[in-house]
Design a protein around this ligand. Sequence first.
Ligand code: ADP
Length: 539
Amino acid sequence: MYGLMQDHPLLISSLIRHAAANHGGREVVSRLVDGSIHRTNYATIELRARRLAHALTSRGIRLGDRIATLAWNTHRHVECFYGVSGMGAVLHTVNPRLFHEQIEYIIRHAEDRILFFDADLLPIVESIAPQIGCVEHFVVLCERAQVPKSELLQLAAYEDWIAAAGEDYAWPQFDERTASSLCYTSGTTGNPKGVLYSHRSTLIHALAASQRDGFALSSLDSVMPIAPLFHANGWSLPYACPMVGAKMVLPGNRMDAASLYELISGERVSFSVGVPTIWTMLLAYTGEKGLQLDALERCLVAGTALPPAVQKALKDLHGVTAIHAWGMTETSPIGTLSTPTPEVLALPEDQREAELLKQGRVPYGAEIQVRDAEGRVAPKDGQTFGPLWIRGPWIASGYFKGEGGKVLDADGWFPTGDVATWDELGFMKITDRTKDVIKSGGEWISSIDVENAAMSHPKVALAAAVAAFHPKWDERPVLVIVPKDGQELSRDELLEFLAPKMAKWWLPDDVVFVREMPMTATGKILKAKLREQYWHRLE
Ligand code: ADP
């Protein structure tokens, strides 16, 4: 017997319809690529997204067609999230920081029919244009007068498309399992692979993410996604903010501390998300200028491990609670969040802090499992490391066009490629990516723990622990360090500092000082490259 309740499909258009109807006047503030500040609201965004959907329909775009964006965080990009997915097409958000060959590859692989892009990214578009024959229209996210000159391409202005399209467009209804957006993993090895989200997965994920034990979002918040919208759905914020009616503050392409600070302070930002390096940069800036992170109450930190020193400085100096989270493109992206439970709050202070520094626990809907070397479920002892698996309604079941073959195990678990421990309170801690693990004499050393210990030294800006070949132990850790500007630090000074902080056999065999680290397009240290570089260091 079926229940007698209404059956409304969970569609992305319903979010912006809700925001327009119930929070229509709530502001969406953007820094445009020319540096100017633009103000709009949800009612206007919904109207313009409908016009965009109309414009796409009249150009022959149909359910399931892929439409690419190469764009920064602005209101026009948010409109694309709704105009494209809302009409049933698939929004493919492309990361402009990828190598040009990768951008070209993923646009061809996705067979994108239209490319919307920010004016400052024209050089990238022109350089790959001859290879992306699938793209029928190149549309610049600006007014006609701001469209840059191109010898090579016929460029349209986004504002012309919006102005010419009528308002008499109603959001269509279709199956909630329809594909809504596409995001490629950056593919540090091999070609990038496409993660294809659905309307249903996106909505359930946004509901889970915005809960009190998650981002704790409400209409009282002013939210700044510093993490780019092209990185794993902007960590759900383009969906979760309209869902609750929170104000959005979009920083465009200006990621320097002064520009970010100006918006955080001027727009009374209460919640923000970003990778640890963003917070390190903002802490350095506010420290130097003697500024406070004003209205900011909490921030979500993910992408790489949150260094304890960053969490502490945010709390002690600015009263900001940093919530550590873990996830990946394949998990929409939220997998776990480190928010307290009564059991955690009852712990003595040092244990409580250590617990909240872990990557955390799953919200309802996701399930995780840590397995041991034999593939059995690992004990919840906070000690045993093993591969981390995840499953749930917002976790990928495979990659676009079947790349990478079958990925789930027989019980539907997704292998994350991360190594973790978990404890009896349900808190998970990432110790490594599988490929970054350091295996010394058959035992695993957590490179993240070694890095965090090194990062707590006041003269260290960045740290990476990588495996080097060792004739007796197979592998031993080598620590690669970028000192803070103008600071001198010796190998022995650092090793002495680390010695009381870890088991003796975890202590790195060598320390290398460098000026900069090789980074991935998503702002992570390219460990594979460091490992290759220092593999023979100890021979
Ligand atoms: P990319 O590899 O392209 O950066 P993802 O954003 O999907 O793409 O990266 C996900 C990976 O980032 C995870 O598998 C994990 O290794 C790492 N990661 C994410 N959050 C954390 C965290 N809080 N601590 C440690 N590692 C993290």
